[in-house]
Design a binder for this molecule. Structure first.
Ligand code: URA
Length: 172
């Protein structure tokens, strides 16, 4: 699951997340991570476009997350959440600085949170692009590790029938 900040002009018109220039770059980043849009869920912290693209206010964030985003997470139960930008990161890793922890996965309440710099940051400041791209190129490795961990947990919870307890082996 990927979580951005909130709809911009293009998203507001279409009713879909990340369809403008930041979305085009996000598509490129997903491709670098070997992912397609159809394989991932993309959402936003706030669901309405803040006027003049200002930052979403704490009350707006609280309202939208309670009413929508947290319910989406509850319904989807993603093992990995990639946060795009500081507003999204702050929901799971409050008090952290995106410039310090971008690209570094953290375990929060049993799921992996991967804080990424917002793709739009590369549009405003092209020097951010290589950094963001490098973080996304590491995603396959992070997802594979999350998958391995989930599989290991599952088999620990329900050991396979064909692996008999040791004392039974001695019967053969
Ligand atoms: N930026 C976001 O954070 N979300 C979008 O949907 C589009 C741009």
């Amino acid at each position: 699951m990927f979580i951005g900040e909130g709809p911009g002009y293009h998203e507001d018109r279409c009713g879909r997340p990340f369809v403008g220039p930041a979305g085009q770059f996000l598509d490129e980043l997903l491709a670098m991570a070997g992912l397609q849009r159809t394989e991932v869920f993309i959402g936003n912290v706030v669901k309405c476009r803040p006027p003049q693209n200002r930052d979403p206010q704490p009350e707006e964030i609280a309202t939208c997350t309670q009413a929508f985003l947290f319910r989406q997470i509850e319904a989807l139960q993603p093992r990995v959440i990639v946060t795009l930008g500081r507003f999204s990161m702050n929901l799971f890793l409050p008090g952290e600085k995106i410039s310090r922890i971008h690209g570094q996965p953290r375990k929060v309440d049993g799921r992996l949170i991967v804080p990424m710099i917002h793709p739009a940051a590369a549009l405003h400041q092209p020097q951010n692009r290589p950094l963001i791209e490098a973080d996304f190129r590491r995603l396959p490795e992070i997802l594979a590790e999350a998958e391995r961990e989930a599989t290991a947990k599952l088999s620990a919870a329900s050991p396979r029938d064909e692996e008999p307890p040791l004392e039974q082996l001695s019967l053969f």
